[in-house]
Design a protein around this ligand. Structure first.
Ligand code: A3P
Length: 315
């Protein structure tokens, strides 16, 4: 058992708990469900992280396209240092290059020294907007949020859960059970709709602060989205770069086909239980049609209509 300050353990002991799908136990904390094993890191991150004005924070829910976004933003930001043909993405998993704040940097009660990270620092998180440290909200740092159609997200997370991320002593769950917990909102860093709507509203109110991306839009036209992200983080492509095909080069190198085929992503783990290969599957829009029955689809559509449509958020 890791050592956490007693007071963090006490906070966690007092919280409502549930069995979720991406974690054996979830805790209800600040109106969202967190994996109980990750919550101490979340609390340490909330208390100790100090954002810099030029930080870039990539936010998402699990299985929404986080890995893809990390690869793209890393490439956009670092294009002045590495030619894409020689990018560190060829030898390092995107999660190593853009670390998770709550899974990696603040793990095991660590308070990392992040002052010396090369600037602009790029971090990632699955925390909902309302749970982000105050300094992230108040500083001028930028947040790029990626979301995905909940139908594809629930199916993608089902496959991920079946993969080696499931620990030996966790029984395999049926798709139906998995779907139920998703619809009940009991997913790590969810309910799905509450987190998505939180970032959506913030992106409408503070468009210079939060860029809201849909994974489906990336699939449809990755070049246009890469340009948009580059402008948002203050590093637009020059005409010369555009003419030289720099954006296409980034899009191609970060494609699922290319990343999935790299040795580094076919083997190894970036955290215990998290195999690199489990982050690269099909990446298809509409893959849900292969796994969800018509009543399941109808149920999720009605939740989307109730929880997201009133805010103008459609998929
Ligand atoms: P599928 O399970 O539908 O294939 P995350 O990175 O948030 O964990 O999300 C994983 C999902 O994104 C998986 O979806 C995975 O295949 C897909 N994905 C990973 N890298 C991708 C890339 N470079 N381009 C497109 N999709 C990608």
């Amino acid at each position: 058992m890791e050592h956490h300050p007693e007071e963090i353990d006490e906070v966690i002991a007092s919280l409502p708990k549930e069995r979720g799908f991406l974690a054996p136990n979830l805790c209800l904390y600040q109106n969202f469900w967190f994996p109980v094993t990750v919550l101490p890191n979340v609390i340490t991150f909330q208390r100790h992280f100090r954002a810099k004005d030029n930080d870039i924070v990539l936010a998402s829910q699990p299985k929404a396209g986080t890995t893809w976004l990390k690869a793209l933003v890393f490439s956009i930001v670092n294009r002045r240092y590495f030619d894409i043909s020689n990018t560190p993405l060829l030898t390092s998993n995107p999660h190593e290059l853009v670390p998770f704040l709550e899974f990696t940097l603040y793990a095991n009660n660590t308070k990392p020294n992040l002052e010396d990270f090369p600037e602009p620092r790029i971090f990632s998180t699955h925390l909902p907007y309302s749970c982000l440290p105050e300094s992230v909200k108040r500083s001028n740092c930028r947040i790029v949020y990626i979301c995905r159609n909940p139908l594809d997200t629930v199916v993608s997370s089902w496959h991920f859960f079946k993969s080696p991320v499931r620990s030996e002593n966790q029984p395999e769950r049926s798709m139906e059970e998995h779907f139920e917990t998703f619809c009940d909102g009991k997913t790590g860093f969810g309910p799905f709709w509450d987190q998505t709507v939180g970032y959506w509203k913030e992106s409408l109110e503070e468009p210079h602060k939060v860029l809201f991306l849909k994974c489906e839009d990336l699939t449809e036209n990755v070049v246009a989205q890469v340009k948009k992200v580059a402008e948002f983080v203050g590093l637009p492509f020059s005409t010369g770069e555009e003419e030289a095909g720099v954006i296409q080069g980034i899009a191609e190198t970060c494609s699922l086909r290319k990343l999935k085929d790299l040795e580094v992503n076919k083997s190894g783990k970036f955290m215990p239980n998290f195999e690199n290969r489990s982050y690269f599957r099909k990446g298809e829009v509409g893959d849900w049609a292969n796994s969800l029955s018509p009543p399941m689809v109808a149920r999720l559509h009605s939740i989307m209509e109730e929880k997201m449509s009133p805010f103008g958020l459609e998929f």
